[in-house]
Design a protein around this ligand. Structure first.
Ligand code: SF4
Length: 414
């Protein structure tokens, strides 16, 4: 991982990372509760929406928010569904508004990742494609309600690798029809496709989704906590043996193939999001910049150190030609203690853990409460001390909430 890429951001100011949300999918998957909707691929609203995203990115640039922007991530939903022409226009705009950008990622699903879309991505300066594969077993894909089969996924991933862009695949474990054997096969097959990055998640059964509702009154053995833990451990051993290093609880990469954009989320770098449901995390200075183009946002009182925002655009206005000044935002204000506790929690998602500088800051802010909390986490085998850093143990990876809860509690009124 290259922490120095953020040095330029520190000099230039503004947000270090830009997230752009495309909320359209060909069809909802059976487990999905993300901000996305099924949409006909010819629906003209997607073009209008993409134009509004480009315009909002230009507005952010005009406010100076993208001077130090090092990464951008077009996520969804299914950005590849926009098709080569519309997607290319959006990606070109992102390259133009953030000229110092080092990494431009775009999400895709195998069924809409045509050769034409891949060419459009590469020619527009995309450096990284993140593909929602989830499984390379047909029976599992059917249960998940995915549109692709294993053969199509493998073909499309190989085509993406052949373009020379960095390629990541998302894989899902503890799903219906999955066994240890099929999970092992999926992991090995993904490694053999030549990708540089793999993200691994246990399936979360969410109420209101077809899968969640189907099993609402059952306790499906294939999704039990123990199964999830075993599958995540299997992923670690298979992926490590294949040359991937785990750098975050769900993320594995070959040398120099970590996702820089995601590291911004975990290391307190301010990021700004545009599009339906997109989240931002801004410090005071970047919030003031955003407010210059979105004056409907509230002024900050002196105690606020960090602002979390998300765009609350009503779905029936998805295709309006939005300016930032007409977006609705939900706003969460964090004080200094909450911001620091959040940094500690996020740091514990990373294999390098919380570095010495952040540990010293936490000791000064929280005093003995921090020391006692860490002693307890160490005694419980969740955290270890390594050369002045605090690092999650193997058990800590598996029981993350038992680390995050006590760290967040540090921000309770002193
Ligand atoms: S492709 Fe992704 S965002 Fe779209 S419905 Fe499936 S899981 Fe949800």
């Amino acid at each position: 991982m290259s922490p120095n890429i953020w040095n330029w951001r520190a000099i230039a100011g503004g947000a270090g990372a830009l997230y752009v949300h495309v909320p359209f999918c060909v069809r909802k998957c059976a487990y999905c509760d993300f901000a996305s909707w099924g949409m006909d691929s010819n629906d003209g609203r997607m073009r209008v929406y993409a134009r509004a995203l480009s315009r909002q990115a230009e507005e952010l640039a005009s406010a100076g928010l993208l001077e130090g922007c090092m990464t951008a991530y077009v996520g969804g939903g299914t950005p590849s569904m926009l098709g080569p022409e519309v997607l290319s226009g959006l990606l070109h705009t992102l390259r133009t508004v953030a000229p110092n950008m080092r990494e431009l990622s775009c999400e895709a699903n195998p069924d809409t990742l045509s050769d034409e879309v891949l060419v459009a991505m590469r020619e527009a300066g995309t450096t990284r494609v993140s593909i929602g594969v989830q499984s390379l077993e047909d029976a599992e894909l059917v249960e998940l309600g995915r549109l692709h089969d294993a053969k199509t996924a493998a073909e499309r991933v190989s085509a993406a690798v052949a373009t020379g862009m960095d390629v990541s695949v998302d894989l899902m474990c503890a799903t219906p029809q999955q066994s240890k054997e099929t999970w092992g096969r999926t992991l090995l097959a993904a490694c053999e496709l030549g990708v540089g990055h793999v993200s691994v998640y246990p399936l979360q059964l969410e109420q209101g989704t077809p899968l969640g509702d189907r099993y609402a009154h059952d306790d499906p053995c294939w999704n039990e906590e123990e199964v999830q833990a075993n599958r995540m451990e299997m992923a670690q051993s298979v992926l490590s043996a294949a040359g991937f290093a785990r750098y975050e609880v769900a993320s594995y990469a070959r040398a120099d193939k970590q996702c820089l954009h995601n590291t911004a989320y975990w290391t307190g770098i301010p990021y700004v999001g545009v599009g339906y449901g997109a989240a931002s995390m801004l410090d005071r200075a970047t919030y003031v910049q955003l407010r210059s183009v979105a004056p409907q946002l509230p002024a900050l009182e002196g105690w606020v150190q960090r602002v979390r925002l998300s765009v609350e655009r009503p779905w029936d206005r998805i295709a309006c030609d939005h300016r930032l000044c007409s977006e609705c935002f939900s706003v969460e204000l964090l004080n200094a203690q909450e911001s620091l506790a959040e940094d500690l929690m996020l740091g514990m998602r990373l294999s390098r853990g919380i570095g010495g500088a952040l540990v010293a800051q936490a000791k000064e802010a929280f005093g003995n409460r921090f020391v006692r909390t860490i002693e307890r986490l160490v005694a419980d085998g969740l955290v270890s001390c390594e050369n002045g850093s605090l690092v999650p143990t193997q058990l800590g990876w598996l029981l993350g909430n038992q680390i995050f809860g006590p760290l967040w509690s540090l921000s309770d009124n002193l």
